[in-house]
Design a protein around this ligand. Structure first.
Ligand code: FES
Length: 112
């Protein structure tokens, strides 16, 4: 069983365009997934870190949804450049990218 230092899941779920829940694929998550895969590959991190497409992660309103394990840091990742920043600062550097951390209705109220 492989053990990854970091395991990134990127929601690539797709719903019908009229569905009020929306989805992550129409917010550009395929390009986000590619950016993570390419970025890890280019840095020679294959085998140590992995990026996988995921189904709905149940945070549809806040997508494109990405979660990084083992820390369970949830992100909203709007662009491939943002994915690059997460690779560099969080996956490699060990420091989560505060500005991209998912702001849900719950944690917006959190005063910290
Ligand atoms: S569709 Fe991406 S979190 Fe639900």
């Amino acid at each position: 069983m492989p053990h990854y230092e970091k395991h990134v899941f990127i929601c690539t779920n797709e719903r019908d365009p009229g569905n009020p829940k929306g989805d992550c694929i129409h917010k550009g998550s395929a390009a986000i997934r590619e950016a993570f895969k390419k970025g890890l590959h280019e840095r020679g991190l294959k085998g140590r870190m992995r990026a996988n497409a995921a189904g709905c992660l149940d945070q549809c309103a806040y997508g494109p949804t990405v979660v990084v394990y083992p820390e369970q840091v949830w992100y909203t990742v709007p662009t491939p450049a943002d994915a690059e920043e997460i690779i560099e600062k969080h996956l490699v550097g060990g420091v989560p990218v505060e500005r991209l951390i998912m702001r849900t209705a719950e944690n917006k109220k959190d005063p910290k």
